[in-house]
Design a protein. Structure first.
Length: 295
DNA sequence: CTTTTTCCCTGGACGC
DNA sequence: TGCGTCCAGGGAAAAA
């Protein structure tokens, strides 16, 4: 399931392939991809456009054309883009194909058909993204204090708040669980109850989890693949996601599995205590000493 | 405004 | 072997 690290990896691999190239022709096989627009019309509009840049914002892939138009791609759960020089392999899950002016093709495949392509006119992109997305977590202006502002007054579980793209852009179910483990924060903690020290840990945990994911070129569980077909390897580094019953890397306690906000949620019951309930609001004493005792 | 719920969509895992 | 059921989950939209 492509989250920020996966989309960033795709962007990095696709940028040199697409930049400067012209879309010779586009075929859209699945009408759902561009709904509510007509597939044939969108395909015709895309034909002839030349790529100026390939960028990313949150989980969106942004293909900027020299005309000022933008193709905004969201891979959702199972979308992927594949670049090939030969004739594209037959694939029952192919949803669209872009023929480039150098003879190569970019195929879009998507098993579950949740992904979307949206063609935007010049000037439409920025307001669209502002409406939907919060801070870019790896951007310099995303700080622990800024995170605190976004969480203030929110009673929802911290996990739900982090999954909300308007809080922070790009976190999904995997990296939220990983970040909360790194920050040693229970996924059900009310977002507004996260104190200063915890905010610092969470800020670092978010960045560390995402950066690890990018360094490993994302996590391949089933459908995600790089544009050349290679797999990411972040799934080998998961601390909690999908590891129910396995020992926590920090303390050895079996990882617990629950459901938060309708999502499968994994955490370490020892490292990520629920605490902080009604009683002791335990002011932010710098409990700097007495960290964890490894294993 | 915030939060919760439902729905979309397919295929793999599992029970019988 | 085959069928039914559950699960995976990002985000839009509607409900609360």
């Amino acid at each position: 399931m492509p989250e920020l690290p996966e989309v960033e990896t795709v962007r990095a691999k696709l940028a040199p392939v697409l930049t400067g190239r012209r879309f010779e022709s586009v075929t859209i096989d699945d009408p759902r991809l561009v709904r509510p627009y007509e597939p044939a019309e969108v395909a015709a509009e895309l034909a002839g456009e030349r790529v100026a840049a390939v960028e990313r914002r949150g989980k969106y892939l942004i293909v900027r054309f020299e005309s000022g138009r933008v193709l905004l791609i969201h891979l959702r759960m199972t979308g992927s883009l594949r670049h090939a020089n030969g004739p594209p392999a037959e694939d029952p899950h192919r949803r669209a194909v872009i023929k480039l002016d150098n003879g190569s093709d970019v195929m879009y495949r998507d098993v579950r058909r949740f992904g979307t392509w949206l063609l935007l006119e010049p000037g439409e992109l920025e307001p669209y993204l502002v409406r939907k997305l919060g801070d870019e977590p790896l951007d310099a202006l995303f700080t622990a204090a800024r995170l605190g502002e976004r969480l203030a007054g929110r009673k929802a579980p911290i996990k739900a708040a982090l999954l909300d793209q308007r809080t922070l852009a790009g976190m999904g179910n995997i990296y939220v669980d990983e970040a909360l483990w790194r920050a040693r924060i229970h996924p059900l903690r009310p977002a507004e109850s996260i104190d200063r020290n915890e905010l610092r840990r969470l800020h670092r945990g978010i960045r560390a989890a995402l950066e690890a994911g990018i360094a490993r070129q994302g996590s391949t569980l089933r459908d995600y693949a790089l544009p050349d077909g290679a797999s990411g390897s972040m799934q080998k580094e998961f601390k909690v996601y999908g590891r129910g019953g396995e020992p926590c890397d920090r303390c050895g306690t079996p990882i617990a599995k629950s459901r938060v906000g309708g999502r499968g949620t994994w955490f370490c019951p020892t490292c990520q205590p629920e605490r902080g309930q009604a009683a002791s609001s335990s002011s932010s004493r710098p409990s700097r000493s007495r960290r964890h005792s490894s294993v």
